[in-house]
Design a protein around this ligand. Structure first.
Ligand SMILES: Nc1nc2c(ncn2[C@@H]2O[C@H](COP(=O)(O)OP(=O)(O)OP(=O)(O)O)[C@@H](O)[C@H]2O)c(=O)[nH]1
Ligand SMILES: [Mg+2]
Length: 173
């Protein structure tokens, strides 16, 4: 799970596994380390969901940003060529489509050949007309399908599980 601070990465993990495993907070900058969650859905082989610290967290100043950049470079640098690393969900806040920092992250992942998918969070907060407008805007900006989700109402979690299942399929030997 990759995305700006406070976009709902940790909440989405909790919603997916229907259990509070990840710490969440109304204030940005909650998750400070990469957290690995081993998920077992019988009879499939276990896999890991990874909750990364958010980017764009201003309060910690340059130091917090440097720390995240270093962690991200370290995290992805060490994994992009590892076949066990299956891809990234880029979480964007459905209320704010088209933020530069989200676009930069998407492009960075693209340039490193990372399999990625856009997840629009907090859709429960959108009005009906915003929903249509913002989701359309996101699909246009990211040139492809976007999965709208809400950790609050559970919307989109089934679709996300399907996506996870296809990403984590065992590869042929
Ligand atoms: N209404 C609504 N609120 C949400 C949703 N998902 C997360 N939130 C709220 O958004 C805030 C941030 O959620 P987190 O899951 O901690 O965000 P994060 O991306 O892990 O943040 P960092 O760890 O700081 O990077 C919390 O107050 C959550 O309750 C959602 O789908 N709907
Ligand atoms: Mg978090």
């Amino acid at each position: 799970m990759v995305g700006r601070s406070n976009v709902g990465k940790s909440s989405l993990i909790n919603a997916l596994v229907r259990k509070t495993v990840a710490r969440t907070s109304a204030a940005p900058g909650k998750t400070r380390l990469a957290n690995f969650y081993r998920v077992v859905v019988e009879p499939r082989p276990p896999f890991y969901l990874v909750d990364l610290p958010g980017f764009g967290y201003a309060r910690g100043g340059d130091k917090a940003r440097e720390e995240f950049d270093a962690l991200a470079a370290d995290y992805f640098g060490a994994r992009v060529n590892d076949p066990r690393f299956r891809g990234v969900f880029v979480l964007v806040d459905s209320r704010h489509p088209g933020l530069d920092s989200d676009r930069r992250t998407w492009n960075w992942l693209d340039s490193h050949g990372v399999v990625r998918h856009v997840v629009a969070t907090k859709v429960d907060k959108l009005t009906r007309s915003e929903r249509q407008r913002h989701l359309g805007e996101l699909e246009r900006l990211y040139s492809g399908p976007v999965t709208p989700v809400s950790a609050e109402t559970g919307e989109g979690l089934d679709e996300l599980w399907k996506k996870i299942a296809s990403l984590t399929k065992p590869t042929a030997p």
